[in-house]
Design a protein around this ligand. Structure first.
Ligand code: ATP
Length: 238
């Protein structure tokens, strides 16, 4: 595959006070790829996604998106540029309806772009259409994950950052969500996926990076890493 690099993370570090969360991380994502970042609890996966979406400041290194240096750009301007994040824990607004949660993802769009975004999201997730007037708080974890994903898609992103979409949801719903990610990717959305469910993520991914204690320690094709003894021992439980 020889597609254009759309995201380039070069030697990026970030800290919370004295706690160094990621150290000199370098990775790239090409247009149309699904790349996964695998690592244990506390390895720095969420921090890296947050640095890319701009909600966490970096202290060192650079991040380029479509060739543009993101230094100094707010999370809002990165969203406008085409980077959309589904945060860990989903963070949907329980007291708002499905439609209103989705609207928050498209607050800058024109009326016709919003209509088109609703149509796309409802086609991907018919359950959200069926329950569009209901409050998000009445949803199961899996449905909330679909809503969070739908909300992130309302801005028609070029790059989707996904933080642990399988957390707290059943294997069947996880499988459904992963199938949707696969079809999103086939439709041209580029995905950087953080997952603790390493097997499922590596099966799906074009390429993967393994992060340990804030540093990238391995990278390669998804299927190759799935068979790598170091990955099997540390993350795949046998
Ligand atoms: P998890 O899967 O548990 O979310 P992770 O791989 O996403 O783990 P991070 O959440 O990025 O890892 O955490 C990386 C390091 O930064 C850990 O040592 C963590 O304790 C620390 N850390 C994360 N968030 C904060 C914070 N708000 N304040 C202080 N330290 C933090």
């Amino acid at each position: 595959m020889n597609r254009e690099v759309i995201l380039k993370v070069d030697n990026v570090s970030c800290s919370y006070g004295q706690v160094r969360a990621i150290s000199e991380v370098t990775l790239e994502v090409r247009a149309g790829e699904l790349v996964t970042l695998v690592g244990a609890n506390g390895a720095g996966k969420s921090s890296l996604l947050r640095c890319i979406s701009g909600v966490q400041p970096t202290n060192g290194g650079s991040i380029h998106f479509n060739g543009e240096n993101l230094k100094g750009k707010s999370a809002a301007s990165r969203l406008i540029a085409g980077i959309s994040q589904v945060p860990e824990g989903r963070l949907v607004f329980a007291d708002l309806s499905v439609e209103d949660n989705l609207l928050l993802g498209a607050y800058r769009a024109t009326k016709s772009a919003r209509r088109a975004a609703f149509d796309r999201v409802f086609a991907l997730f018919p359950i959200l259409h069926e329950r569009r007037t209901q409050l998000a708080g009445s949803f199961s974890g899996g449905q909330q994950q679909m809503l969070a994903l739908g909300r992130a898609l309302m801005s028609s992103p070029q790059l989707l950052l996904l933080d642990e979409p399988s957390m707290g949801i059943s294997p069947i719903v996880t499988q459904q969500i992963f199938e949707i990610l696969d079809s999103l990717c086939a439709s041209g959305v580029t995905i950087l996926l953080v997952e603790q469910n390493a097997t499922a993520a590596l099966v799906l991914a074009d390429r993967a990076y393994v992060i340990e204690s804030g540093r990238i320690v391995l990278s390669g094709d998804g299927p190759a890493l799935l068979n790598d003894p170091r990955v099997r021992e540390a993350y795949l439980h046998g």
